[in-house]
Design a binder for this molecule. Structure first.
Ligand code: URA
Length: 278
């Protein structure tokens, strides 16, 4: 057994991960016996004040609820004079952006010695997948989704006739957080302008966000995953974004496999439509 400090860190991380999956540990009789992930007891984060968006809704028209990047960059710049953020828009290629990310201490977490996990895949992909943050294996290899969750992700992609090489894969955070804890709101805020530039350089037609942290960050919502999944959202007026469960959640909770399967079938159908395939 490790030192007590480490043990406490592990317990806290475990609780945080459970919260991500289930929401806060409030006892709500109406939820008992329910098998879906619900946001009734949601994790509160400070990216954004909860709003009427929080109610679960049926979206018939895509709604643009995405992150206000000018506001985000503005508020970051206020705190960092001669900001590295000023250089993001000068990056005209993924290589230039990756180089900038290597220099960007603002992308680091409080875990020392991690390497940049920038992103991988087809730079011209019409489908981009966005997870939460690199884990231990991803940090070792410098590539997103190469651990157990990554193997399941490859299987999910194969089930809808995509090779991993067809798509582009990235994360909200580009460095591993300690003990795989959830990214903090300020870490997400600092990383987001880099990710948004990366998205624009790839310019995919569709985005699949994996897990609640990714969906909440990109859609700038505090909602449950169950209320965000299952429908396309207009993202920054330029992309269509579908949210689904994180593969790591599926490894632990088989009950979310079916809704995920429905989501990825919807994704494949929309992909074929936007590519003009019958
Ligand atoms: N989980 C993520 O969200 N991203 C990875 O790269 C690996 C696991």
């Amino acid at each position: 057994m490790g030192k007590p400090d480490n043990l406490i860190d592990h317990v806290l991380t475990f609780i945080q991960n459970e919260r991500e999956l289930y929401g806060d540990f409030l006892i709500d009789q109406s939820l008992q016996g329910q098998t879906d992930e619900t946001g009734k007891a949601q994790q509160v984060h400070d990216l954004d004040p909860p709003s009427s968006n929080n109610s679960s809704q049926t979206v018939t028209e895509p709604q643009d609820t995405s992150y206000n990047e000018d506001e985000a960059k503005g508020s970051i710049k206020e705190h960092s004079p001669s900001s590295i953020y000023d250089r993001i828009d000068e990056c005209d290629t993924l290589e230039a952006l990756e180089q900038l990310c290597k220099e960007a201490d603002v992308l680091r977490t409080d875990l020392e010695g991690t390497q940049l996990v920038f992103g991988v895949g087809n730079p011209e992909a019409d489908l981009m997948l966005i997870g939460k943050a690199p884990g231990a294996e991803e940090d070792r290899q410098g590539e997103p989704f190469v651990g157990k969750a990554g193997q399941l992700l490859n299987d999910i992609l194969a089930a809808i006739n995509f090779d991993r090489e067809d798509v582009y894969i990235a994360n909200i955070l580009k460095h591993r957080p300690p003990n795989n804890r959830n990214p903090k709101p300020e870490e997400r805020k600092r990383s987001l302008p880099f990710l948004l530039r990366q998205i624009d350089l790839i310019n995919p037609k569709l985005i699949l966000s994996l897990g609640k942290v990714s969906a909440q960050t990109l859609l700038d919502k505090d909602s449950s995953l169950s209320s965000m999944r299952g429908q396309f959202h207009s993202f920054r007026n330029n992309y269509e974004l579908l949210a689904t469960y994180h593969p790591a959640a599926l490894l632990r909770h088989a009950k979310w496999k079916r809704p995920t399967w429905e989501d990825v079938q919807l994704l494949r159908k929309r992909y074929d439509e936007v590519k003009g395939r019958p």
